[in-house]
Design a protein around this ligand. Structure first.
Ligand code: AMP
Length: 216
């Protein structure tokens, strides 16, 4: 299965993509994660992306198109994959269409996670993750069962994303509405769009996504 997850920052794309990747045994490809890895590795791409990401703006289409194209050529993607955070502009959507055509791949669906605006800023500014395994937590909604210890791997090291501060989140939301939300109409017109209410609890949203995917 090849899926695209779309929705504003804080809609839960990363969390849901990780769960779907687990249940469908396909890789979760997050361009945000790939770019953060490039920053951590101090690669050329990382150096070019860092300031743009910290400002809440979009990295150039060329950079992300190339990292996605290279990534989906890897053997673990042969049985499908979930794209999270890509495409994010109409130009990227055209590129991914061409990329799939060239590689003779088909897109099964685009899942849109719909969340009220008011919930987004609170969701994002409260989130943090395990620095070791990447498990996600939230100051209000999901604290570790034992304070300061990751439920999943036992690490005591946690981190927050530098772009999860309120000022940057507002820029990211604006960027989403201006540049990414037109993709909803684009995929609707291509009969690929599945809309899911992302306001419920994490398990409820996962169930809802699985339900719409079952109908494909
Ligand atoms: P995310 O982890 O998906 O919230 O992405 C974090 C940041 O990485 C975004 O705010 C952008 O600066 C950059 N980024 C991730 N994916 C893309 C993309 N497809 N196009 C452009 N920039 C991206």
């Amino acid at each position: 299965m090849r899926l695209i997850l779309i929705g504003p920052p804080g809609a839960g794309k990363g969390t849901q993509a990780m769960r779907l990747a687990d249940s469908h045994k396909i890789p979760h490809l997050s361009t945000g994660d790939m770019l953060r890895a490039a920053i951590a590795d101090e690669t050329d791409v990382g150096k070019r992306a860092q300031a743009i990401m910290n400002a809440g703006k979009l990295v150039s289409d060329d950079i992300v198109n190339k990292i996605v194209s290279d990534r989906i050529d890897q053997t673990d993607c042969s049985g499908g994959f979930i794209l999270d955070g890509y495409p994010r502009t109409l130009a990227q959507a055209d590129s991914v269409g061409e990329m799939f055509e060239q590689k003779e791949l088909s897109l099964d669906a685009v899942v849109e996670l719909r969340v009220d605006d008011d919930a987004l800023v609170e969701r994002i500014t409260g989130r943090f993750l395990c620095a070791n395994c990447g498990e996600g937590y939230h100051d209000r909604y999901k604290l570790p069962l034992v304070a300061g210890v990751c439920d999943k791997c036992g690490s005591t090291d946690f981190k927050r994303r530098p772009d999860d501060i309120e000022e940057t989140v507002r820029v990211r939301l604006f960027t989403y509405y201006k540049q990414t939300s037109p993709l909803i109409g684009y995929y609707y017109a291509k009969h690929k769009l599945l809309r899911v209410d992302g306001m419920g609890g994490i398990d409820d949203v996962t169930q809802e996504i699985e339900k719409v995917l079952d109908q494909l």
